[in-house]
Design a protein around this ligand. Structure first.
Ligand SMILES: NC(=O)C1=CN([C@@H]2O[C@H](COP(=O)(O)OP(=O)(O)OC[C@H]3O[C@@H](n4cnc5c(N)ncnc54)[C@H](OP(=O)(O)O)[C@@H]3O)[C@@H](O)[C@H]2O)C=CC1
Ligand SMILES: O=C(O)[C@H](O)CS(=O)(=O)O
Length: 485
């Protein structure tokens, strides 16, 4: 059993927050530390009945929550933000224990996640309507924005805090109620968020967190007509399934799905900056992010120099338990994740790639930060999301070839390129088919930005002033009868 040494042990929950009550279940699920397999806690194995209870309570609570003024909602959200930051260290320790990322990264995610609550506390007061010049003299045209109603959320394990707050922040700011199913690997972070939400004054039923059978809970969320919107972050495969399950009740969808980010280095790039950006983008969270560089495309003239510089930087990474001093790369989430990385590396080597650094599993869920050279588009790493600390280097000659290679995927979430010629920057940025473009930057995510993808990377945007749109309906009103008597 991993001991977390929390300042506030009550943040480590073994019950779920449903309809304003903390409830257990007949059966429970173990939550294990990916570093050593140790059990860090147990959570209830709930299902359709408890999900229905949360949804029905949300329906009642939402009507009252929406009647609060925007300022009242903003005040409670602001308290929630403050409590997250006050408890940042405990929330980070819970995250590192259940997800594995280094403690410094967990602290960063707590601040990143809390920033969405802060940002949408402010946005709550700026959800404006509009008047439209009427074509009829005795009538006036008005548009107001109203909350969607009850929203269901299903979130992934790789960012167990931020992927919830990036949805709950705008949803609650808009006046919706929110029922969340976190990933089974990382439920404790979600339950700690619920504990702080209750302390901040979120009314019972407005925010629920349910753990258990994802299929059973998801089936209820997607089929229940009370749920007017579903927001999902995770794999494209599951996103497809959920989209189909929502079709019979025509729910509004927010889908943040898989990626296959190209990271392009042109021969006019600042190579040191490109290496710094590649390190940040590729090896953050041990490569387990949907926006991490999945393919590194390097122009012929700088290929060897970039490969050598990148390999030198990768050799400085330290693999180990996320609580370890100086550890930069924690474990992957589970054995299956390690197996997928091993498959990708073996496939690349079998088809002619070579290892520049790394390339080996280290036992348990640990894998060496790796750079592969001589990678070609026929290899699995070109088509599939590795979701691990492997940087495959592809070679290209011309700008058009780089754009074509980068766009040769069904995904379109994030992409990156390093160049300094202003004409090239505009041509490449406009030619890449992605929702987000990092230009001479490897980390682009922030609450102020519209995060999301095109093609099979999803629907909608999270964060920025656009992020609240997912949780609003537009109502047009024509006010007639204004003729003078
Ligand atoms: N675009 C983005 O912002 C992000 C995309 N991703 C993508 O997700 C993948 C890795 O994350 P991962 O968590 O493994 O993704 P998954 O899609 O496997 O799981 C995501 C969530 O969906 C749940 N889930 C899985 N199957 C079902 C189902 N049939 N019905 C209802 N819920 C279900 C999981 O529950 P359970 O844990 O119980 O299985 C989990 O909570 C990668 O492809 C990555 O790119 C990840 C994060 C962010
Ligand atoms: O799930 C993810 O990979 C996150 O969306 C990445 S980020 O928001 O932390 O960049």
């Amino acid at each position: 059993m991993t001991t977390l040494a929390l300042t506030d042990p009550t943040l480590l929950k073994d019950t779920c927050y449903v309809a304003g009550e903390w409830i257990g279940g007949a059966a429970t699920l173990a939550v294990t530390n990916p570093s050593d397999g140790g059990v860090i806690g147990r959570v209830p194995k709930l299902g359709a009945a408890e999900t229905r209870r949360a949804i029905e309570a949300a329906e009642t609570a939402q009507k009252l929550w929406a009647k609060r003024t925007a300022k009242e909602r903003a005040t409670i959200l602001r308290k929630w933000f403050a409590l997250m930051m006050d408890n940042q260290e405990d929330l980070a320790r819970i995250m590192t224990a259940e997800q594995g990322k280094p403690l410094a990264e967990s602290r960063g995610e707590i601040a990143y996640g809390a920033s969405f609550i802060e940002f949408f506390a402010e946005e709550a007061k700026r959800i404006y309507g509009e008047t439209i010049p009427s074509p009829w003299p005795n009538a006036r045209m008005i548009v107001i924005r109203q909350p969607l109603g009850v929203v269901a959320a299903i979130t992934p394990w790789n960012f167990p805090n931020a992927m919830i707050t990036r949805k709950a922040g705008p949803a609650l700011a808009a006046g919706c109620a929110f029922v969340c199913k976190p990933a089974s690997e990382t439920p404790l972070s979600a339950l700690a968020i619920a504990e702080l939400g209750e302390r901040a004054g979120l009314p019972p039923g407005v925010f629920s967190v349910i753990t258990g059978s994802s299929r059973e809970i998801g089936a209820e969320m997607t089929a229940n007509p009370i749920v007017r919107g579903l927001t999902f972050t995770g794999s494209t495969e599951v996103g497809r399934t959920l989209m189909a399950q929502c079709a019979p009740t025509i729910k509004k969808l927010g889908l943040e799905l898989g990626g296959n980010a190209p990271f392009i280095v042109f021969d006019d790039a600042d190579l040191d900056a490109a290496v710094q950006g590649a390190m940040a983008s590729k090896y953050r969270n041990a490569g387990q992010t949907c926006v991490c560089a999945n393919r590194l495309l390097v122009q012929d003239g700088v290929y060897e120099a970039f490969a050598d510089k990148l390999a030198a930087a990768v050799r400085t990474l330290k693999v180990g338990d996320g609580f370890g001093d100086g550890v930069t790369t924690g474990p992957l989430i589970n054995e299956a994740a390690v197996a997928k990385v091993e498959e990708h590396v073996a496939d690349a080597l079998a088809k002619g790639a070579r290892i520049v650094v790394g390339g080996k599993a280290l036992g348990g869920n640990f894998y060496q930060p790796t750079v592969l050279a001589g990678v070609t588009p026929d290899m699995a790493v070109a088509r599939e999301e590795t979701f691990g600390p492997v940087a495959p280097l592809f070679r290209f000659k011309t700008e058009d070839e780089a754009i074509a290679m980068a766009n040769a995927t069904e995904f379109g979430l994030a992409c990156y390129f390093y160049a300094r010629d202003i004409g090239r920057v505009w041509r490449v940025a406009e030619g890449l088919e992605y929702g987000m473009v990092g230009i001479n930057e490897g980390i682009i995510s922030t609450a102020e930005a519209p995060f999301g993808g095109v093609k099979e990377s999803g629907i909608g945007r999270e964060g920025s002033r656009h992020g609240v749109e997912e949780y609003l309906e537009m109502k047009y009103m024509l006010m007639g009868g204004l003729a003078a008597p």
